[in-house]
Design a protein around this ligand. Structure first.
Ligand code: HPA
Length: 277
């Protein structure tokens, strides 16, 4: 059977938290690590951080873990790793993101976050590559996420689950990141559904609404992380100026190239921030 038809999350009668618990048990078995402290999702450009955080205890394809989908995109490595920091913290590094635009539903999008929480992680670090709205942000620049606009019209919450999202992106962790790099700017991340890039008019709309960063991930994951009681740190790599801010057409190749170029610098920043946690 294909992956599309054998994922327990696709059964509306399944409990996504039970599926996450089963996934966490798979991870404990595959890594020999019973409890993780921190989870990190790697977006475009952030991949090298995995090697810099500490010693890799185990690495395996995400598809060996209950509920995980095959990666849809080149540049999104479908690997999970357990890494031990020099201070002895266990970090679950998630190199396998399912995007909302893949159309497999929000449960699959947030499964990695719920699994991370089920492994014991209390801190969720979400990274992505994104378009920048602020004119002063050049491609290659990492920025902190201070808040978000969820423009997907979707939610990972099912039923009357009223969750407070004040200080969703932890001020404490943003301040910690700025102790490592005081020049870090921050902004409001707008999650669009994608996969098409925004029109210039949509970018202007996001700007008028108070947005500074446009992308296709993260906000839904952050909501699920908050539901699971995790403290959240969000980082965007500005891979391009958003549509209409830059006058040239956007391309996926441009995003990949900007990520590749910035990778050594931003990965080392991220590793130092995680090392300070
Ligand atoms: N928009 C949406 N997603 C993106 C962009 C963008 O400009 N760049 C990288 N991911």
């Amino acid at each position: 059977m294909s992956d599309l038809h054998d994922n327990p999350l696709d059964d509306p009668a399944s409990d996504p938290f039970e599926v996450a618990a089963a996934a966490a048990a798979d991870i404990a078995r595959l890594t020999g690590v019973e409890h993780h402290d921190i989870a990190l999702t790697l977006g475009s450009g952030w991949g090298k951080a995995a090697e810099l955080i500490g010693e890799t205890v185990a690495a395996f394809p995400a598809t060996e873990v209950t509920g995980f989908s095959k990666p849809a995109l080149e540049g999104h490595v479908g690997t999970l790793r357990s890494v031990r920091t020099p201070r002895g913290k266990h970090v679950l590094v998630i190199g396998a993101r399912t995007h909302f635009y893949e159309g497999h539903g929000v449960r699959r999008v947030v499964h990695s976050v719920r699994t991370a929480a089920a492994t014991g992680a209390r801190t969720m670090v979400l990274t992505n590559g994104a378009g920048g709205i602020k004119h002063t942000w050049q491609p290659g620049r990492p920025v902190l996420i201070s808040d978000h606009l969820n423009l997907t019209a979707a939610s990972p919450l099912e039923g009357a689950t009223f969750i407070d999202l004040t200080d969703l992106y932890s001020m404490r962790l943003r301040d910690l990141a700025r102790t490592i790099d005081p020049s870090l700017d921050e902004g409001v991340y707008c999650q669009f559904r994608g996969p098409q890039y925004e029109t210039p008019a949509e970018v202007q709309m996001a700007k008028i609404l108070g947005g500074h960063i446009v992308g296709m991930s993260t906000a839904l994951e952050a909501i699920a992380a908050r539901q699971s009681g995790m403290e959240i740190l969000g980082f965007s790599l500005i891979t391009n100026m958003a549509a209409g801010i830059q006058t040239t057409p956007l391309s996926h190749q441009e995003v990949i190239d900007a990520g590749r170029e910035a990778e050594p610098v931003i990965s080392s920043l991220l590793a130092r921030v995680i090392g300070a946690m």
